[in-house]
Design a protein around this ligand. Structure first.
Ligand code: URA
Length: 443
């Protein structure tokens, strides 16, 4: 086969800041998928993109080319509107668990294709797999049936969605090119658009426990993804949320399921409930129900009913006791004062070291491992008061995790002011406007 372009020309073009034509981008992705463009060429090109960027049309072309490399799902014919949610991931981020059944309680279909965790942010499937009997693998037919009957499904994404992205993402992981915003945005959105949802709400996080440390970068990523969704005909809205402290009090697998169930029962930590309700409002508005009251559906048991049916449909027993770690150690405050720091990344790495996460794809995770926090940033604490409990099946993991966790927390003298940080810092919709925190939260 005669090739239309040459990989070296396209690498040099990006190196020299030229805008690539649609046909060039289509060829590059297709030739990479066919093995004509080598990994080292694609990584050089990814580095040129990281350094020199891409414009909106190029990012859209890259996204569409990655979608075209695989299958596209379609939920046409379902009697319910479909709305999906994607979070860029954070420490203690279990929001998908209560959110999918909550939104489904309003008659909306929520197809939630999720992944397993790598590194210090946990994966939704790892969390759900701590429920005895629950299985992540669902056939496309089963998925459709579950969406039609129950409204919510959280399951593993098949390998056929955007396979070019799968290869490129693995390559970026080993070549220092993960952080390029055009590449992150096209990677996430190619999978979401290929999933066939008609509307999408993004939770783009910033802060120490997030992928994007800086608010400005999260803003740019959110705006880029909203543009991509809009250009592809998927109505997309993004909330920008603070991930400098963990979300909720539980970080791990079974402990995060337990906390999600508390939220579904109308309780749970205030921040987890706040974000669940805010995202549900956005999803319901996109599904044509701007006046729906998701908080009420948490309080009156409607969301819990859907959760129980959703878990049972995938073989899980919603009444079975969740696995517990064999070993537990509690850290206490050494002095009186105010907890002024509870750094999300440190807490996430501690949970990961305890066995809640994996270092390499395919490693097993411990269902019961993790960290339970007993105080939140800004709380007054007294000497001897429990701050956190470490959970693991393997006591040898405790010392390194404990030192990480201690380093993540700092107590300052009583009376020290702690600057409040709103959890929901902004909202970006198709008009491209970023609304300030107060307006975003008031919605
Ligand atoms: N998640 C993805 O799916 N892709 C990225 O590039 C980053 C995070």
């Amino acid at each position: 086969m005669t090739e239309s372009f040459d990989a070296v020309d396209l690498i040099v073009a990006k190196r020299e800041r030229r805008t690539l034509e649609t046909a060039e981008i289509d060829w590059l992705v297709d030739a990479y998928t066919r093995g004509v463009v080598a990994d080292e060429q694609m990584s050089a090109w990814a580095m040129a993109v990281l350094l020199n960027g891409m414009d909106r049309r190029e990012i859209r072309d890259l996204t569409l080319a990655m979608i075209a490399s695989g299958e596209r799902m379609s939920f046409d014919g379902l009697s319910r509107p479909t709305v999906d949610k994607h979070s860029t991931g954070g420490v203690g981020d279990k929001i998908t668990l209560p959110l999918a059944p909550l939104v489904a309680a309003f008659g909306v279909a929520v197809p939630q294709l999720s992944g397993r965790g790598l590194g210090h942010t946990g994966g939704t499937l790892d969390k759900l797999e701590s429920i005895p009997g629950w299985r992540a693998d669902v056939t496309p037919d089963e998925m459709r049936r579950q969406l039609a009957d129950i409204g919510a499904v959280i399951c593993a994404a098949g390998g056929d969605l955007a396979p070019a992205d799968k290869r490129l993402y693995a390559l970026r992981d080993t070549t220092g090119t993960v952080e390029a915003i055009p590449l992150i945005a096209s990677s996430i959105m190619s999978k979401k658009i290929a999933e066939g949802t008609s509307a999408l709400v993004l939770d783009v996080k910033f802060g120490s426990g997030a992928f994007m440390q800086r608010r400005e970068d999260a803003d740019e990523l959110a705006r880029t993804m909203v543009d991509l969704g809009t250009d592809a005909g998927v109505t997309t809205v993004a909330l920008l949320t603070d991930m400098s402290v963990p979300l909720g009090l539980a970080v791990g697998n079974a402990v995060e399921v337990a906390e999600s169930v508390e939220v579904l029962a109308g309780g749970g930590p205030a921040d987890v409930r706040e974000l669940t309700v805010a995202l549900a409002r956005e999803m319901l508005a996109l599904a044509g129900q701007p006046d729906a009251d998701p908080a009420a559906a948490l309080d009156d048991g409607r969301a819990m009913d859907v959760w129980r049916r959703m878990v049972a449909a995938q073989g899980g027993d919603p009444d079975a006791p969740l696995p517990e770690a064999r070993e537990r150690t509690t850290i206490t405050a050494e002095t009186d004062g105010v907890l002024v720091e509870q750094e999300a990344k440190g807490v996430g790495v501690a949970a990961w070291r305890l066995g809640a996460g994996r270092a390499r794809q395919g490693d097993p995770v411990q269902a019961g491992a993790g960290v339970l926090l007993h105080a939140k940033r800004g709380d007054r604490v007294s000497a001897g008061q429990p701050l956190a409990t470490l959970l693991t099946d393997d006591s040898g993991r405790i010392p390194r995790a404990e030192s990480m966790l201690r380093d993540a927390m700092r107590i300052a003298p009583a009376g020290t002011a702690v600057e409040p940080r709103p959890l929901i810092a902004g909202r970006i919709a198709a008009d491209g406007r970023t609304r300030p925190a107060r307006e975003a939260r008031a919605r």
